[in-house]
Design a protein around this ligand. Structure first.
Ligand SMILES: [Zn+2]
Length: 236
């Protein structure tokens, strides 16, 4: 397990916003958007910056920072969707999007004005055998590919998917898993030190198997020693 600071903008309502522009410059792009669980999104206005192949900023209607709108969409809470959109200029090879306004079904409109960035100390799961079993435990009980351990902070909790939620959200805004389910799985884990003095996290099942394995190894050793002593007494 590795501890690392994770910066989270708690004012953001969208996650994993990604723009993929094909190299043949057809004038279209695919945009991937994750809705962080605050209702069903029907339209989004992004604040956009665009660049050409020489990394020069492209103005749209005279503006270096312009509005880019996607509407007629339907992204349910916690869902991730991909849309094909027309670009405002065919020479755009890169576009950066920041959420500006989000309209939800039912008429609610959210306006992103400024970030509220906080740092959280996360317990990241590592790519080793012990922690592979831990990740499998999370995926067997939830739909989450766990990347860290769920953790509580003052006023917030971090889900195993690394989304930080305010305490009033009893379900993760990133993956929709209930907070108590996440922390119940945490109870099935043991955190200890391995021989390299690193913190490791293991399932209680694995710890039990290790202890039982060591017990039977010791029994076998005692039996072998007893047999050898018996044979040597018989010879002499
Ligand atoms: Zn989550």
């Amino acid at each position: 397990m590795k501890q690392a600071a994770v910066e989270v903008d708690l004012n953001k309502r969208l996650g994993n916003v990604r723009v993929d522009i094909p190299s043949n410059h057809t004038g279209s792009a695919s945009i991937t958007i994750q809705n962080l669980g605050f209702g069903t999104v029907e339209s989004i206005i992004f604040s956009a910056k665009a660049y050409d192949g020489f990394n020069r900023q492209i103005s749209v209607e005279g503006n270096d920072i312009f509005e880019f709108k996607i509407d007629g969409i339907c992204i349910e809470a916690n869902a991730e969707r991909m849309y094909i959109v027309d670009l405002p200029d065919k020479s755009i090879v890169r576009m950066e999007l920041t959420e500006k306004m989000i309209s939800y079904y039912g008429g609610t409109v959210f306006e992103y004005k400024t970030g509220n960035i906080l740092k959280f100390n996360a317990d990241l799961l590592e790519n080793n055998d012990e922690e592979k079993e831990v990740r499998e435990l999370f995926s067997s009980k939830t739909m989450v590919d766990a990347v860290c351990l769920p953790k509580k902070y003052k006023g917030y909790w971090m889900c195993a998917c690394k989304t930080v939620n305010a305490d009033e959200h009893k379900k993760c805004t990133g993956c929709n898993t209930a907070m108590n389910v996440m922390f119940d799985i945490n109870k099935l884990l043991v955190i200890g030190q391995n021989s390299k003095k690193q913190q490791v996290v293991m399932t209680r099942e694995r710890v039990k198997r290790n202890v039982q394995g060591k017990f039977w190894k010791t029994i076998k050793l005692v039996v072998v020693i007893a047999l050898l002593c018996g044979i040597s007494n018989w010879i002499w």
